[in-house]
Each structure stands twice: as structure tokens, then as C-alpha cells.
Design a protein around this ligand. Structure first.
Ligand SMILES: [Zn+2]
Length: 492
């Protein structure tokens, strides 16, 4: 899509697919800004494989050549990090139009709707001068992810080291929900925190007075979550705003395999309570990492039945950091209700040395003795006598005391803690919400069969993180924009 004077919006990624959102708005000939700059999981599923991924030494160019990163045009010229561009000049010279790579950055900001990878995953490649604009919660989550994650997905977004070894920190502007921000003389942006399967999701209302153009970007959102009031407040403001353009997510509008869910988050909570209460054994359950609304519902069901929630170490660490950062969506959650599963690793005998490379467990079990830290080898810092840790045999001894996180990657743990006919399995996520999990759907079923989970002991209880079709209709009708641009989903 080429921008024209009457259509200043270009969708660079995320049209007709779920994820990889990248949208650019042209304000003036040498001034544009971005909404999101996400990783395209759909493309990854299509062309990549376990042993087929961009090469570490050439990732930037490999991603440009294979369509993960858009080739800059004049409008998005200078959008990429100068160190990467300079390092790749020889290859860039072979592109049809290399000039926009080396022009001064015309992109003046990147507005981030939320911290899901399909919205922020490629921000690490953006030019160092481009500030990030987001909600305070999103900024805090990005910080937490960067601190606790060792993986590549969240590194280099806020801070990165360039190819010469110099450290850089990106400028971050926090927007307070509902408070207008004047960006220069001619533009006012108002952010509204909404509701999604990750805290901090935000919609942006942009009033471009120079071009007499008003637009809204919804990001990912839903109207059936625990924060419905926020969404209603956003819709009310959007209605008053009378936008020319509404860029709206349409995740649940397309054709998808599987039965679509229509539950609200509250109904999920009620169904969970019922299933957990009826269960005479261990409740095994999987849900999307980072979904704090779901975790609230799970914690309530666990409290109701006097169970503890057993999390993977990384999820516990993330929750701990969210509580410390006072993320509003974890309000009321206490670590006392949660335990950490200690899997058998390497030697299989629960010795500290086995966990040296488990970053989350290592961080959680680190002894505080600074002197010892200096003197000892890494594994000797790990204290496995923490009361929050729980092993497979402890789970088995008191099955009715636990609701344990379990997903496809943890299936071998069932060899150590064999499920009984009293156990149930709850699937609390969908193919739509986690496109990367689609390929594993059938494998999970095979494992459930293998360990004797009959149909009546497998429950699917889920509310989508995205607008249901009826709420999409309602939202569009209420906002009543002149033009609609659908993103983040298959076009009907
Ligand atoms: Zn999302």
C-alpha cells in the first residue's frame, strides 16, 4: 500500500496475519511515526524451522532479505540502527533502492501498544534516536522482561550493545491514560489503557491538526475482560473524538480452526472454580505466560479450594517482579499462594550443579551472601532448600493441594509424577492467541492420550485476549469512524 495525501497510513506488517504489527503514519514529508514494530510469528511458522533461522552474524540483513523487516522507503528512511546499517553497507548497496537506509531518520517515534513480542519484537533494530512511547505499565514490563529473560526475544528493546561494544539506552516516554500529550504544536496524542491478555495494553488517539486528520490505533484489546470499564472509557473518548481512521484489531474475525470461545474472563473464573472444586487429584493446567487476568482467576479458584498454584520458575520470577513493580493487574496476588516446580535436570538427583544454567531458578534460589558469591563457583550459590520449591514426589503426596502449570514442553515430568484417574487437565489458551502453539496442538492430545486423560477429564476453559466479533461490531458502530483499517488477523 502506497501512502497518498488522502491516506497517510501504511501497514508494513500485520495485515491479513495475526502478529508482526508494524504501522506507519506520515505526518509531513520528512516526519513519520510508527505504531508497534513486532515480530511476525506467522512468517516464522511459514519459512523457519528449528535448524533454519536467521544467522547470528548476519541477522539484520537475513531478516531484511526474508521479509521479517520491511525494506525502508523514503517515508521510513533511516529507520534502522546506524551501527547495523554501516556494518551491512556492502549488502545494502545491492538492494534496489539503498538510499533510504542511510538517510537521516524520518521516523520520529514508535508508539508501542503493549509488550507482546508480535508488537515489540523487532524494536531492537530501530534507529537509536527513535524514542519509544507507551504506557507506564508497558515500560515496566519491558524492563522486567529485559532483566529476567535470557532469551533473545526481549533483549535490545530498551537497552542494547552496538557492534562496537558501546551501550545504548533508548528514550522512553510514558503516557498516562486519558491525559493528552502535545507532541509539538500540531499534534496531540491521548493514550487509553484498555484490556488484553497482557497488562499495559493501550490504544492511541492521535489528533494531527496540521493535516486535519484524526486517527485511532486500538492495539490488541477485548471488551470481555476484567477491565471492561477501561475499554468503555476508551470507546466513549473515541466516540467524542470522531476519527477519520480507526486502525482496529480483527483477530477473532477471520476463519480459524477449532471452536471459537465466547466466554468472558469472569465466566472463565467461575468455570475454573467449579472444575477445580470437583477434582479429587492434581489439576494440571496451561495458560498464556504473562496473562495476569487469567492468573487472578486461577489464584481465586485455588484459594477457593485451598490449593497452591505451582508455576515454572520463570513465571514465578515474572510474577514476583510485577508485584514489586506494582503493576495494577497483579493487585491482590500474593506469592504465598504460589510455589515453583523443581524439575529433575542433568544428574536427576536435585543437586545445585544441575541448575547452573536455569536462569530463573538460579535467580530465585541465589544465596544473598555476597562474600560467598565472590568465592564460590556459580552452582554453589544455589540454595535448593527454599520453601517455595516443590518436587514431583511432593506433588504426588498431596495431590488435592495443588494446581500445577503444565504445557507440552513439560510432558516428561509426568514420568516422575504419573497422573492418576483423579487428575484433570485444563487447557486455558487458544490457537488464535498463541499462533506458535498451533503446531503443538495435536502433539498435546497424543500426550494426554498416552497418560490416560479421558475426554471427560480434559477441559477447555478460555476467554480470548481479543475482541469477540459482536464486540468488534459494537465498538466500530459506537466509534463510527470515516474509514476502518483492519489489522492483526485474516481479512474476511
Ligand atoms: Zn497481544
Amino acid at each position: 500500500m502506497t501512502p497518498t495525501p488522502t491516506h497517510p497510513i501504511t501497514v508494513l506488517g500485520g495485515q491479513n496475519v495475526v502478529g508482526g504489527s508494524k504501522i506507519v503514519y506520515q505526518f509531513a514529508p520528512q516526519f513519520s511515526f510508527l505504531f508497534d514494530f513486532g515480530f511476525d510469528f506467522d512468517r516464522a511458522n511459514t519459512i523457519l524451522d528449528r535448524y533454519l533461522s536467521p544467522r547470528i552474524f548476519n541477522k539484520f540483513v537475513d531478516k531484511l532479505r526474508t521479509g521479517f523487516l520491511p525494506i525502508p522507503t523514503t517515508q521510513t528512511g533511516g529507520v534502522y540502527r546506524s551501527d547495523l546499517v554501516i556494518d551491512s553497507l556492502e549488502t545494502i548497496a545491492t538492494f534496489t533502492n539503498p538510499a533510504p537506509f542511510i538517510q537521516p531518520p524520518y521516523v520520529k517515534a514508535a508508539f508501542l501498544s503493549h509488550a507482546h513480542t508480535d508488537h515489540v519484537g523487532e524494536v531492537r533494530y530501530l534507529h537509536e534516536s527513535i524514542p519509544l512511547v507507551c504506557s507506564t505499565t508497558t515500560a515496566k514490563l519491558l524492563e522486567i522482561f529485559e532483566t529476567i529473560q535470557r532469551g533473545e526475544l526481549f533483549t535490545g528493546i530498551l537497552n542494547y550493545t552496538d557492534i562496537e561494544g558501546k551501550s545504548h539506552s533508548r528514550k522512553v516516554k510514558h503516557l498516562i491514560s486519558g491525559r493528552p500529550w502535545n507532541w509539538g504544536k500540531n499534534m496531540t496524542i491521548t493514550a487509553y489503557e484498555t484490556d488484553h491478555s497482557l497488562p499495559g495494553a493501550t490504544a492511541f488517539l492521535v489528533n494531527d491538526k496540521k493535516n486535519n486528520c484524526k486517527l485511532i490505533y486500538t492495539g490488541d484489546l477485548r471488551w470481555h475482560g476484567l477491565n471492561q470499564k477501561r475499554v468503555t472509557t476508551f470507546v466513549e473518548a473515541a466516540k467524542q473524538f470522531s476519527p477519520d481512521y480507526l486502525i482496529i484489531e480483527q483477530t477473532n474475525l477471520g476463519e480459524h480452526k477449532g471452536k471459537p470461545t465466547t466466554l468472558s474472563e469472569e465466566q472463565v473464573g467461575n468455570q475454573l472454580k467449579h472444575v477445580v472444586k470437583e477434582c479429587q487429584g492434581i489439576v494440571w493446567m496451561e495458560w498464556a505466560h504473562g496473562d495476569m487476568s487469567r492468573l487472578q482467576m486461577i489464584a481465586l479458584a485455588a484459594e477457593h479450594t485451598n490449593r497452591n498454584v505451582v508455576l515454572p520458575a520463570m513465571d514465578y520470577l515474572f510474577l514476583r517482579e510485577c508485584i514489586a513493580a506494582k503493576i495494577p493487574e497483579v493487585k491482590g496476588l500474593s506469592l504465598n499462594r504460589f510455589r515453583v516446580f523443581l524439575p529433575r535436570k542433568k544428574s536427576g538427583t536435585y543437586i545445585p550443579k544441575d541448575y547452573s544454567y536455569d536462569h530463573a531458578l538460579y535467580t530465585l534460589c541465589l544465596t544473598k551472601d555476597e562474600e560467598k558469591l565472590k568465592l564460590r563457583a556459580k552452582y554453589q550459590h544455589i540454595d535448593l532448600n527454599q520453601t517455595f520449591l516443590i518436587t514431583a514426589s511432593e506433588l504426588q503426596k498431596s495431590p488435592q493441594s495443588f494446581l500445577a502449570y503444565h504445557d507440552i514442553f513439560k510432558m516428561y515430568h509426568w514420568v516422575d509424577c504419573v497422573p492418576t484417574s483423579d487428575d484433570v487437565y485444563i487447557i486455558s489458551k487458544s490457537r488464535i492467541d498463541e499462533p506458535e502453539a498451533m503446531l503443538l496442538w495435536d502433539k498435546r492430545k497424543a500426550w494426554l492420550d498416552l497418560f490416560g486423560f479421558t475426554k471427560d477429564r480434559v477441559h477447555q476453559i478460555h476467554a480470548s485476549g481479543h475482541l469477540y466479533p459482536k464486540d468488534y461490531e459494537r465498538m466500530v458502530n459506537e466509534i463510527n469512524p470515516k474509514h476502518i483499517i483492519k489489522v492483526h488477523g485474516e481479512t474476511n
